[in-house]
Design a binder for this molecule. Structure first.
Ligand SMILES: [Zn+2]
Ligand SMILES: [Zn+2]
Length: 354
């Protein structure tokens, strides 16, 4: 391949403006690896970015788009010795620098120079040298690309579980049954917790049950959701742990309201910029609440997540019930943005070359 070769890719231009175009495949530089994309998945973050037109940290338009993917290596830059053409891999959408204030304090997710990667809604994606070196993994032969592409969101959830560990026998409330909420439900059930799941769509609450939720609650049909959930906890005190996986200030407040004394509330869903929540200072002080935020993932969480998918601890197939061609992506993102998309995620399949 030469650097003048072209490919089909989705390009984000701005607010609700994603176009499928022919773009030049960049020449491969030292340390880089180029993948032929096997599968790319849609993500709530992409929908957020589509609505807003940019993401301050992750993507500035015009730019190729998409960050959950797996594929096969088709070209290797100078100096790369650990990988070979034809290997099937998953790469993370970021890698920390390893040298900054936060990296040297073992907080790589807060790296001051976190390098983000986008561009998986395309025929090929070039993996930057830093990600090749620190955050790319070989796939077991039997693992389909679309399953492996779930590693990124699961890595965020694995990190959430590391930050707020769940003990056997605890009562955990999970708010939200999107992909992230469902993954939390699975891992909390796996940890031996009694999981109470709150969602809004019947089919997702069914998946929550299949993933090990002890009880599920449809938020639309439960008038006082806080009291209804507290009523199902020991002594009606509230949950030992609450995990918020919705990403609105209202859901954060609901999550906090459902926690018992000395509980930890995992505030996982990112809210829009410049929003705030009201927290009763008495609850934090006299009831010893812990409020814990978690952002993104780390290389160690990413490799753990890949194992959890490969060994079936987190079943991939409920997330992958809808498939579409790359050309359909703008319509898919629009329908996610309008809330009319029934799919949890969509597997986006790039055009196949003869
Ligand atoms: Zn994602
Ligand atoms: Zn750093």
């Amino acid at each position: 391949m030469t650097n003048r070769e072209r490919m089909t890719a989705a390009v984000l231009y701005g607010k609700e403006d994603v176009r499928i175009e022919e773009v030049v495949i960049p020449a491969i530089r030292p340390g880089e690896v180029r993948l032929r994309v096997g599968a790319a998945l849609t993500c709530g973050t992409d929908v957020k970015v589509f609505r807003r037109g940019y993401h301050a940290k992750m993507i500035k338009p015009p730019a190729v788009f998409g960050h959950e993917f797996a594929g096969v290596i088709e070209a290797i830059g100078a100096g790369v010795s650990a990988w070979r053409i034809g290997q099937r891999v998953v790469a993370a959408n970021s890698a920390p620098c390893g040298e900054c204030f936060y990296c040297t304090r073992d907080l790589p997710q807060l790296c001051e120079d976190l390098l983000f990667l986008n561009g998986s809604y395309a025929e090929t994606i070039t993996i930057p040298a830093r990600i090749v070196a620190k955050n790319m993994y070989a796939l077991p032969d039997s693992l389909p690309f679309e399953h492996a592409a779930l590693t990124e969101p699961l890595a965020c959830v694995v990190r959430g579980m590391e930050e707020v560990p769940i003990q056997r026998g605890e009562t955990v409330i999970v708010l939200g049954t999107g992909p992230i909420g469902l993954m939390f439900i699975r891992l909390c059930a796996e940890a031996g917790a009694r999981v109470l799941a709150v969602g809004r769509r019947t089919e997702r609450l069914r998946i929550a049950q299949r993933f090990g939720a002890t009880e599920t609650f449809d938020a639309r049909e439960t008038p006082d959701i806080v009291e209804a959930l507290k009523a199902r906890t020991e002594g009606k005190r509230g949950a030992d742990k609450v995990i918020e996986a919705v990403g609105t200030p209202a859901a954060w407040e609901t999550a906090i309201a459902m926690a018992r004394k000395a509980a930890t509330v995992s505030l996982f869903g990112g809210c829009p910029a410049n929003t705030a929540v009201n927290v009763d200072t008495h609850r934090i002080h006299y009831e010893e609440l812990t409020l814990k935020g978690t952002f993104h993932h780390t290389p160690s969480a990413f490799s753990k997540a890949l194992k959890l998918i490969a060994d079936g601890t987190v079943p991939a197939e409920p997330f992958l019930q809808h498939r579409a061609l790359l050309q359909e992506l703008p319509d898919i993102l629009a329908s996610f943005a309008q809330g009319t998309m029934p799919a949890i995620k969509v597997v986006v399949v790039p055009p196949q070359r003869a």
